[in-house]
Ligand binder design. Structure first.
Ligand SMILES: [Zn+2]
Length: 373
């Protein structure tokens, strides 16, 4: 399918097949051709032509905005954007976010914000084979962008997680700052997972010439080998198709594609799916929950961030997807008392509901591999 226009449709009244009943009343985006089909009234979902068109639409929706085709501003600056001090960088981000807050229809036309499950709803309309998990996996992940983040992780985040039997996955920038090996061995000893977060967080790898891209990915993976790393998360979620495919030679999974990316790294990015899928030999675990930074840049209060997370988690659970949450441990993001409080509240709510289970991404990957063997 070539690039086609998308039309918003509210599901309901179209006699949905049982597999898609969770999406009743949901607004989703559909390729124009499929929207026309649904608009005609009664649809025979069992008709083989309808089914194959629907299945193709599901893949199209997932792939359409999953990758970046050109570098975001942060990767085009003449200097490494991280040489701008963190607080100033966050202030710039917040300024952009506040300006954009009321222009959501432009930066989240597709995927929609804060969660868009169009690809999964369409997959279920087309009866794409899918095994719903018995309990909704909840992956707690952190991007460790700095030595401060690493220290805060162990000091503030682990006690909250461990208090509810959860273990997190922590994606560490491998080649930018000196990694405290005492802290990384504590991460492993306490049963948490370590992954790799790019190379130096300059957001250049995905658009670098092939030889440089290989070298940067290999250097990161070499540090990862020390921690028996299985997973990768791209800095700022800047990713291209070619880079993600190349990760398969180093990792068992990637988690760099958001379900709904919101404003960053570029408007209208994401896969509109909360279900893992295979890219070559590797699993893609979509980052399904709205990120702390994205919500903060938009000016959301901690209370509103918590209610957004809870609503998103329940919607994702109803769809059969995975809840994958990213928080940053630096004080300027989630490593401060008001944000730590809502992080604790979120974990408490999830822990109290037996429909959810905390899993490390590596455990989910093991499970998915067994299931598909
Ligand atoms: Zn990062």
């Amino acid at each position: 399918m070539s690039e086609t226009s998308l039309i918003k449709v509210r599901l309901g009244g179209q006699d949905l097949p049982a597999t898609a009943s969770w999406a009743e009343g949901l607004d989703i985006m559909l390729p124009a051709q499929m929207a026309a089909l649904i608009g005609n009234g009664t649809v025979d979902w069992h008709d083989s032509a309808v089914r194959s068109q629907t299945q193709a639409s599901a893949v199209y929706l997932r792939e359409r905005n999953a990758y970046l085709s050109r570098p975001p501003t942060s990767a085009r600056l003449p200097v490494n954007y991280r040489s701008i001090p963190g607080p100033l960088r966050r202030a710039i981000g917040r300024g952009i976010g506040r300006l954009q807050r009321y222009r959501q229809s432009q930066w989240a036309s597709f995927p929609g914000w804060p969660v868009d499950l169009s690809a999964d709803a369409v997959a279920d309309l087309g009866d794409v084979p899918f095994q719903r998990p018995a309990r909704t996996p909840v992956l707690l992940t952190h991007d460790i962008d700095s030595a401060e983040g690493l220290a805060n992780l162990v000091k503030w985040f682990f006690p909250i997680e461990e208090g509810h039997g959860a273990r997190s996955a922590n994606y560490i920038v491998p080649c930018a700052w000196s990694i405290d090996r005492g802290l990384t061995s504590e991460i492993c000893k306490r049963g948490h997972e370590i992954g790799i977060h790019g190379y130096d967080h300059s957001n250049r790898t995905p658009f670098a010439p092939a030889a440089e891209r290989h070298a940067r990915l290999a250097a990161g993976a070499q540090v990862g080998a020390e921690f028996k790393t299985a997973g990768y998360r791209a800095p700022s979620l800047v990713r291209t198709k070619v880079m993600i495919e190349e990760l398969a030679s180093h990792y068992r999974y990637d988690s760099s594609i958001p379900t709904s990316g919101g404003l960053f790294p570029v408007p209208n990015n994401g896969c509109a799916s909360a279900r893992p899928w295979k890219i070559g030999t590797m699993w893609e675990l979509p980052l399904s929950m709205p990120r702390d930074g994205s919500l903060q840049f938009l000016g959301y209060s901690p209370t509103r961030i918590l209610s957004t997370w809870i609503k998103a988690a329940y919607l994702i659970a109803s769809s059969g997807g995975i809840v994958c949450l990213l928080t940053h441990c630096e004080r300027g993001f989630s490593g401060n008392p008001p944000m730590l409080k809502i992080y604790r509240d979120f974990i408490e709510i999830i822990a109290a509901d037996s429909r959810f289970e905390f899993l490390r991404p590596i455990d989910l990957v093991e499970h998915l591999d067994r299931q598909s063997a």
